[in-house]
Design a protein around this ligand. Structure first.
Ligand code: KG4
Ligand code: ZN
Length: 405
């Protein structure tokens, strides 16, 4: 891609911290321009949902191919919407991992080429840190401080992690214009909880698939659960009996998640209540609809199925809520941040908000648009690194299993 010719328009002020973020870790190709980790100038997301929907999950080879097709137009659109040219950027940030290696590589190679051609710094960002910064970015945008230490629950299709963020964003870190002041706000994370098997979003997706609903299943379950009785099917609480082998001392089994048992319990329910014929009929009916949504599934679900969906959703939320608030209490945090695709769930938001207010604990979610994968969160997470001069080397490559904390 050729760098665009600079336009004779008013240049942004020096050191505005204009960062182009690029995200391609899974099935969204996204590019965004964020100013100083605090102001979104553009955030373009090309979703591949329709490509993967027919397979009921992300197909890695197809994801890489779609990223290749989308990356150039998405970056171009992000610059156009921000009304900027490439030479006006201060840095390029890209997701290093975790994610699908082929998918990550598309974003990384493109970001590296841009940084090299433009002679701009390249910043590597952990996708999980990005999800946390989606919340911090919007707090900065609204000139709200999030008191540290905070506990972040990152709950998505690939992750269910609890992080203690020990240092960071505070009211003192904001300049008069509401921007981060240099040198402050470099974050440190400690992983204090995780899932031992399926991520919460993965459990939503698998149960939706099992019930003959569309992909990704989370939004379908969210919409249909509103029509069911969440107490109808008494799924028991998820308990982790054994401290897993080689578990780090810092990680208490109280903050470990497991959702595969719940998924199996739904499967048993389907078998024992003879729901299979209805599921097959629903799957066939939805397959005949062009681009179906939850509203198409509603008349195809009987009361028993709607109750099952609502009860499953309640069991997942109960578990997330119980362990997250237990960790918040044990770690004496001042705020709670919930992010990742599952943070878009309406019932989850309602229950967490209710519990946080009962405990007088500050709680923040990203907007729905920044809950799922996007590049604005990557550009925002890159800002403290940019300010600290922490740049990636030319050897930067995809880290599919990258950890945070
Ligand atoms: O953060 P994200 O876009 O990608 C990953 O990093 O995984 O999260 C996608 C996940 C999917 O599992 C999807 O089903 C789930 O988030 N999700 C939801 C909702 N919206 C998306 N789960 C429950 N309720 C929702 N409203
Ligand atoms: Zn994600």
């Amino acid at each position: 891609m050729q760098p665009e010719t600079p336009q004779p328009q008013s240049k942004p002020k020096q050191h505005a911290g204009l960062i182009l973020g690029i995200e391609s870790s899974c099935d969204e190709t996204s590019a965004a321009v964020v100013e100083a980790g605090a102001r979104v100038l553009s955030n373009v997301v090309a979703s591949q949902v329709r490509t993967h929907a027919r397979y009921g999950g992300v197909v890695p080879e197809l994801a890489s191919r779609e990223h290749l097709l989308n990356i150039v137009p998405v970056v171009r659109a992000a610059l156009e919407q921000a009304n900027l040219t490439l030479d006006q950027l201060d840095a390029i940030a890209v997701t290093e991992g975790p994610g699908l290696s082929g998918a990550l590589l598309v974003g990384i190679l493109y970001a590296k080429a841009l940084a090299f051609a433009l002679n701009k710094p390249l910043i590597a960002v952990n996708h999980l840190e990005g999800h946390i910064h989606a919340v911090l970015l919007e707090a900065r945008e609204q000139h709200q401080a999030i008191a540290a230490p905070l506990l972040a629950l990152v709950v998505s299709g690939g992750h269910t992690h609890l992080y203690l963020a020990e240092e960071g964003f505070s009211a003192e870190g904001i300049s008069a214009e509401g921007l981060y002041t240099e040198g402050k706000g470099v974050w440190k994370y400690r992983n204090v909880g995780k899932t031992l098997d399926d991520a919460a979003g993965e459990a939503f997706d698998k149960v939706a698939k099992l019930l003959g609903l569309g992909y990704p299943g989370g939004p379908w379950m969210d919409a249909l659960a509103q029509h069911g009785d969440a107490r109808a099917v008494p799924f028991g609480p998820v308990t982790i009996k054994q401290k897993p082998y080689r578990e780090p001392a810092a990680q208490s089994p109280r903050f470990l998640f497991s959702f595969s048992g719940l998924k199996t319990a739904v499967l048993r329910y389907v078998e024992t209540h003879n729901l299979q014929a209805q599921i097959t009929a629903r799957r066939t009916a939805l397959a005949a609809i062009e681009n179906p949504g939850p509203q198409d599934a509603l008349p195809l679900c009987d009361k028993e199925t709607l109750n099952l969906i609502a009860s499953f959703q309640r069991a997942v939320i109960d578990d997330l809520l119980r362990k997250t608030f237990a960790a918040a209490e044990a770690l004496h945090v001042r705020s709670l941040v919930i992010s990742g695709g599952v943070a878009a769930n309406r019932e989850l938001r309602r229950r967490f908000t209710q519990e946080a207010s009962r405990r007088a604990l500050s709680l923040a979610f990203p907007s729905i648009a920044l809950s799922t994968d996007n590049a604005a969160m990557i550009a925002a997470a890159a800002w403290p690194r940019f300010a600290a001069g922490s740049f990636a080397s030319e050897e930067l490559s995809a880290e599919p299993s990258l950890k945070l904390g």
